[in-house]
Write a protein that binds this ligand. Structure first.
Ligand code: AMP
Ligand code: FE
Ligand code: FE
Ligand code: ZN
Length: 296
């Protein structure tokens, strides 16, 4: 009997967003764009949602790419928002599902509150934001930004983030999110593999404190996303020291949001040995091997 061995190809990009959250392309089209960009493997990691998995999986088969189904979970350490990439977990795990639903609900309430505040000073309604949001998508500031662009208040999404949506402008409000430790515990319990997303944003001293990181490692944290355009050079240096200390894997990714952000697919990539170890660690879900290598 010929044996069929599943294999992934490079380049590997482990962090992308679709219209299931705040990316501008459908999940299917994110995979198509990845194929056009010459990637061999990509992970779809929408914020707090797995809604894009089915159509991204279909596209992975159509375009013969390997898809790593994933999510970027919102967590919070006191006042700092901490994003947790999670890969190959069981998408119907009851505890994880309950928590992500709670976060999405909180995001919705919070987005309405931000829009209420903005509407005191600008002609912006909740309907304007809904018009920019795919049905069922995880709502965030990017959708409010798009509504502000549509209304002509700012030229681009990024300008909205630097202006009206920046916390300094006074309209901002945080939303409920579990602690990073709770996030790691939930992802691991669902058979998934957690990686801290862009943990080096800002100056070196703002990188996650070592004692908090140690607790995440004890709970099963797999790696740190070090090669990401938003990590500062000093942050990256500190993170490499921490990865060595704790024996953590290092990943690299684009954090592609379609036209919503400047980040381009494949601008940072992950080494194949790291992905191999990640797949080995996972027990909740399988990669979708759109291209299957046949050996003997
Ligand atoms: P929120 O999670 O609602 O507070 O919004 C922050 C999210 O906006 C992050 O996930 C960013 O990746 C995303 N985002 C999308 N486009 C942009 C942009 N052009 N500038 C800044 N953040 C952006
Ligand atoms: Fe985002
Ligand atoms: Fe993020
Ligand atoms: Zn992201």
């Amino acid at each position: 009997m010929p044996e069929v061995a599943a294999a992934f190809r490079g380049p590997i990009d482990l962090h992308t967003h679709s219209s299931a959250s705040d990316g501008t392309e459908t999940p299917y089209n994110v995979v198509r764009s990845a194929s056009e960009a010459g990637l061999g493997t990509l992970a779809l990691t929408d914020h707090d949602s797995t809604a894009g998995w089915p159509s991204a999986s279909e596209a992975a088969r159509d375009y013969e790419l390997t898809l790593i189904p994933g999510m970027e979970m919102s967590t919070r350490l006191e006042y700092t928002s901490v994003h947790l990439l999670s890969y190959l977990f069981d998408p119907v795990d009851a505890a994880l599902l309950a928590e992500t639903e709670k976060i999405r609900d909180a995001r919705l309430t919070r987005a309405r509150q931000i829009v209420d505040r903005i509407s005191a000073d600008y002609d912006l309604t909740w309907e304007d934001v809904v018009a920019q949001t795919e049905e069922g998508a995880t709502v965030g500031r990017p959708h409010i930004a798009d509504a502000l662009v549509a209304k002509g208040y700012v030229p681009t999404r990024s300008d909205a983030f630097e202006g009206i949506l920046h916390w300094r402008a006074g309209y901002f409000q945080p939303h409920y999110a579990p602690t990073p430790l709770r996030g790691v515990e939930l992802v691991v319990a669902a058979g998934g593999v957690p990686v801290l997303a862009h943990p080096g944003i800002g100056p070196r001293e703002r990188v996650i404190p070592e004692k908090n990181l140690a607790a995440l490692v004890d709970a099963g944290l797999f790696g740190l996303e070090i090669d990401h355009r938003q990590n500062s050079p000093e942050g990256k240096q500190r993170l490499r020291e921490l990865a060595a200390t704790f024996g953590l894997a290092i990943t690299g990714s684009s954090d592609y949001h379609g036209e919503g952000k400047a980040n381009r697919l494949g601008e940072n990539t992950t080494r194949p040995e790291v992905l191999e170890a990640l797949i080995e660690r996972a027990s909740g879900w399988q990669p979708v091997y759109g291209a299957v290598t046949r050996t003997l």
